[in-house]
Design a protein around this ligand. Structure first.
Ligand SMILES: Nc1nc2c(c(=O)[nH]1)N[C@@H](CN(C=O)c1ccc(C(=O)N[C@@H](CCC(=O)O)C(=O)O)cc1)CN2
Length: 300
């Protein structure tokens, strides 16, 4: 079996084009959604993600507000900025880029964001809404994974799903989203006994562990849909000394022999994270004004 490659980059571009159309309609009604992105410190990967977020925000016709703070910023200073953004009517969405420097308690910052502007979907109110099936803002990476899964199979009812990883940002919300689609969900993690055997039961396998190529081809059930959330930079001596490359949590070449569909890394889940952030900003702008959210998730 040769797997269908799920092209996250192409899906994300299509989603952004639909978001841009919806933003154009909204702007015609005098509403231009605004997204504030806050970065603390000089982590090069975070700087790149924030730059891409600001650029894509403008590309879809939204207003972008970028706040760059020094690595020495105190928790109180960051909380002060969040309070200011909560009160700003031009700001519909607030995102504080993670990770934060060690003197700042990230959970405290997340909990300070107005839940109606929490476009990351990390606030406990939004996590609780997802768990209880109440509409709210959903964490971008798991939402992107679900859209990619549904791009190859719309009805997931009754399928066995295994999510490897139990983080608040990916693993737990991913499990909730799959439960809401009537999957039978197992959340596996570093203490799971016989992880390969657990994975072999999965019709849908989501790997979000942060360990390069940990999920091997013989962990994958024939015909499974495999979603790789990992972004791991590893050395690549074949390309020359000191060179690196990005790989996922799944041994792609092996798994692609067995799966029916698989996301590559790069170009799979990653691009969906930013597209879903813009989607959530559109939703936040609509929700806060009582405007129905346009259907942008799937091509009509
Ligand atoms: N507040 C948040 N912080 C962080 C989040 C988040 O969702 N909210 N996620 C990650 C970083 N991230 C977005 O912020 C992000 C990561 C990766 C990609 C992406 O498109 N990756 C590319 C590969 C990139 C490379 O080559 O290095 C891909 O997979 O194709 C987009 C966004 C942590 N922080």
């Amino acid at each position: 079996m040769t797997a269908t490659i799920i092209d996250g980059k192409a899906y994300a571009e299509g989603l952004c084009a639909r978001i841009a159309n919806a933003v154009r309609d909204l702007s015609g009604q005098g509403v231009t959604p605004g997204l504030a992105v806050v970065i603390v410190g000089e982590d090069p990967a975070s700087q790149l993600y924030v730059k891409n977020k600001a650029r894509q925000t403008v590309d879809v016709g939204m207003r972008s507000f970028k706040h760059v703070l020094p690595a020495s910023t105190s928790e109180a200073e960051l909380l002060g900025l969040v309070a200011q953004l909560n009160a700003d009517p031009a700001v519909d969405g607030i995102l504080v880029q993670l990770p934060l420097p060690k003197q700042i308690d990230a959970q405290k910052v997340i909990e300070a964001i107005d839940p109606t502007k929490d476009v990351d979907g990390f606030h406990p109110i939004n996590a609780g809404k997802l768990m209880t099936g109440v509409p709210g803002l959903i964490s971008c990476t798991p939402l992107g994974c679900l859209l990619l899964i549904q791009s190859v199979r719309r009805d997931l009812s009754g399928l066995n799903a295994v999510v490897v990883g139990r983080s608040n940002i990916v693993g737990k919300p991913m499990a909730q989203l799959l439960i809401a689609q009537s999957c039978t969900v197992t959340v596996a993690h570093s203490r799971t006994r016989d992880l390969p055997e657990v994975c072999r039961e999965a019709d849908i396998l989501v790997a979000a562990v942060g360990r390069p190529e940990m999920v091997r081809g013989d962990w994958v059930k024939r015909g499974a849909i495999v979603i790789d959330v990992g972004i791991n930079r590893v050395s690549n001596p074949a390309a020359g000394e000191g060179r690196t490359k990005v790989v996922g949590d799944v041994a792609y070449a092996e798994a692609a022999q067995v799966a029916s569909a698989i996301t590559p890394v790069p170009g799979g889940v990653g691009p969906m994270t930013i597209a879903c952030l813009l989607r959530n900003t559109l939703e936040a702008a609509c929700l806060r004004r009582g405007i129905p959210m346009p259907q942008v998730d799937f091509a009509a």
